[in-house]
Design a protein around this ligand. Structure first.
Ligand code: IPE
Ligand code: IPE
Ligand code: MG
Length: 245
């Protein structure tokens, strides 16, 4: 694949763990375990092909409303895999970052997240941005509160200043958002940032998602014309003809 055509930032809504397990007569947590195992390969490939940022939707703010047993399994798995991957992040140069509402997280995972972010902050490889306890609307509300606390005036409210107040400050918007499991919705993922993202939906359940399918999604992305509201000729594409304007 040509390096220049690789999306700088890929977001993945990793959905379908529960159905993967239910289809096999297994408890839902088995699906979450398998789902966590898939992450490693996808991080590795993304890093190898030159993706700059990989954002993984691991746990939404609405997911707190699931049965408490399932919530504690998911949070436990996140904690365990963070501890387990720490040395690999250092070896691979991965910079780890969490977006989402930390106030709702238990203390132990919060401190593991903070330590991992701190220790990996000067790494120069892939930025792995994990959305945990994340909701796009919640993120926007927290940004507005920050703006008010910083006494920003109405004129100070711009696309740039809002972007800087979001959890994703300093990170380019996602070029490509992939959702597994056949659902075709954002479920509150990166609402502000996805304004001009390309979407790739697949029926594959997250525990079955492979690097081949990631490459397939990127290939499809490379065929798209991203016009950003302009006409093709302004983007240097070879399809625009005369215009009435
Ligand atoms: C995605 O899988 C993981 C989380 C939301 C934490 P689901 O648990 O939503 O799986 P389905 O959608 O029920 O199959
Ligand atoms: C979205 O999946 C959140 C994650 C993948 C972490 P959900 O399974 O929670 O979304 P809905 O409920 O189907 O919209
Ligand atoms: Mg789901």
């Amino acid at each position: 694949m040509k390096k220049r055509a690789i999306p700088r930032h890929i977001g993945i809504i990793m959905d379908g763990n529960g159905r993967w397990a239910e289809m096999r007569g297994l408890p839902r947590f088995e699906g979450h375990k398998r789902g966590v195992q898939r992450v490693k390969e996808i991080v590795e490939v993304s890093s190898n092909i030159g993706v700059e940022v990989l954002s993984l939707y691991a746990f939404s703010i609405e997911n707190w409303m699931r049965p408490v047993d399932e919530v504690s399994v998911i949070i436990g798995l996140l904690e365990k895999s963070l501890k387990g991957e720490f040395l690999n992040f250092m070896k691979e140069g991965v910079r780890f970052k969490v977006i989402g509402n930390r106030d709702k997280l238990p203390e132990n995972i919060k401190s593991i997240i903070e330590t991992t972010e701190h220790v990996t902050e000067n790494n120069k490889g892939l930025i792995l941005q994990c959305a945990i306890s994340y909701g796009g609307r919640d993120e926007i509300i927290r940004a507005i509160r920050k703006a008010i606390n910083q006494d920003l005036s109405p004129e100070d409210i711009t696309e740039d200043s809002i972007s800087r107040l979001l959890d994703t400050a300093g990170i380019p918007d996602p070029d490509l958002i992939i959702r597994t499991s056949g659902e075709q919705r954002l479920s509150n993922f990166l609402l502000w940032q996805s304004a001009y993202s390309e979407f790739y939906f697949t029926d594959t359940l997250w525990p079955d998602f492979t690097k081949e399918e990631l490459l397939e999604a990127i290939h499809e992305y490379q065929m798209r014309d991203r016009r950003f509201g302009k006409v093709a000729i302004q983007k240097g594409l070879n399809i625009g003809v005369g215009s009435a304007f």
